[in-house]
Write a protein that binds this ligand. Sequence first.
Ligand code: C2E
Ligand code: MG
Ligand code: MG
Length: 623
Amino acid sequence: MVSSVVLNVISIVLVWVLLIVLVSIRRKNHAIANLLKEKSDQLQVSAEELRLLASTFNSHEPILITDQNLVVLRVNQAFLAATGYESHEVVGRKATDFSADDRNNPYEEIQRTLTSTGIFNGEVTARHKDGSNLPMHLRVSAIKDESQGTTHYVAVYSDISEQKRSQEEINKLAFYDPLTGLPNRRQIMERLDRELYLADRYDSGGALFFLDIDNFKDINDTLGHDHGDCLLIELGRRLRRHVRKTDMVSRLGGDEFLILLQRDTASEQDTIDHATSVCEKILSLSQEPYLIEGHKHYVSISIGITIFPSNAANPQDLLKQADTAMYKAKNAGKNTASFFHPEMQKLAEKKLVMERDLREALVRDEMDLQFQPQVDRDGQIRGVEALLRWTGPMGVSVSPNEFIPIAEQSGLIVQIGEYVLDQSCRQMKQWLESGLLLDHISVNVSPRQFADGGFLSSVQRTLLTTKLPAENLILELTESVVVENLEEARTKMEALNALGVRLSMDDFGTGYSSLSYLSELPFYELKIDQRFVRNLFNDRKNAVIATAIIAMAESLHLKVLAEGVENRDQLDFLRDHNCSMFQGYYFSKPLDAEDLQALLIRAPAERDPATRPQKGWVRVVGD
Ligand code: C2E
Ligand code: MG
Ligand code: MG
């Protein structure tokens, strides 16, 4: 009985043990299965990572892997291609060996960033095997183990040289003159701004030069624009040679250059002395010829100089001052320099006021014309010259010699010129209709007005609206009109001739007085400047010049008119030397339309040979 109970207990225990063993085996199996699944999942992930890594490693981006000491373990093909090295030349060396950065140690900075953030992103310069620099963008990641210790670094580069090049190109376009490669206006203005600030802060100073080539238009016209460009490039080089590295030579455009002599801690007098010596060197450049197409060409420059900070508070003012001084140098006879003085500023301000008043005068129709007779050898009034008159805001009449240049500079002359042309043609038409025998009206045309694109059509339109026959109009041009652009002038002049308008060369002898363009261009008449007439008997030279001009004009079949005839002796001399027409106070001052008309009506009787006071000659107005 006892044994059967024992047996039962044993068997129950055994069953339990068996059950427990079975359950634990099942559990273990389950755990193993889970583990296996986990491992297999992990394997799958790392296989994917490996694939990913392999494909990344073979990407187009250069990649470099180092150990924790920056010793290169592996590089990809793209790295080798970009740097020109072979794999064995890179592996085993320090990654820093391939840096061309001039920062002290860029890798120290990289490492610091990596330690704190685990990643670095920034621009570096790698070195190509041939020694050239490779601007790169670099991204470095630190690979860490379970205990967060860095085991590797993975550096991925991307080539940004193209991006850098286009950035440089953009920079160049924005800050450099494409022709000469010199800094442009924008760059020098920014630099001036900085220099003015520094001059103020450190009690120092500097100078600004405004340079303009004399008669550059002639060079362009005679040699062609390509040669003109070569000359500008060469001048830029020569200017650079005469200043310090820290000074700046810049091209403003056209034939205008600026030089900034950097601030000096010296006294203002020293700055002026230094500027003077640089200026002398630059002026002496006119002795050095430019070789163009095997020929030597000499070029002179006019320079305006202003000293800062005493003269101006901002770059624009400084530029204006240097420009004003440059104009003074030009007026003083070119190939010279002039320093800016505050008095010049006053003059410039006066000009500005006059320009404003002129604008208002135009709107308020405050200008009118006077007419001065032009008389032939027989004493007949053949034509009149229209001369503009303006009574300024203070009730004082302003000389055209004063306001015409300002109108010219401001561009107002185009509008003023249209007004003069319209009024002149209208008046002439009216005189002709009232039966007065006048051959022509002469109208002055200023260079800027002539150069204006709308000039030709404005003449055409005026003739049409006023119904004045074109042959009754003479346009007086000055020499500078022609010289500034010979070809363009010729085309316009021929077109005017085709309309039937005649052309006269005004103030001959005061400018270039070149025989060649007179013979080439379709002029009808030449006006000897009154300076020669006035000094006909004071200086023999003038008599010789006047005689030569008349003879020359004759040989070119041009009529010659002498301006400013004030007395009988001048008239006799000029008439004896074959001058064909005369104008001056001896006959009449400029008159308003009414007085001139009265004179014209009176004149025929006086022109009667029977009543002539002297042989062959009639005085038109009283003695
Ligand atoms: P210009 O064309 O040479 O005109 C002749 C100038 O000499 C006129 O001066 C006239 O009044 C002056 N004149 C005439 N005869 C004598 C004389 O016997 N002795 C002296 N001393 N002077 C005499 P004005 O009217 O003062 O004009 C000066 C200049 O202003 C003109 O010189 C011309 O260049 C310019 N001008 C006048 N009106 C106009 C105009 O409507 N348009 C343009 N663009 N310029 C004009
Ligand atoms: Mg004139
Ligand atoms: Mg004149």
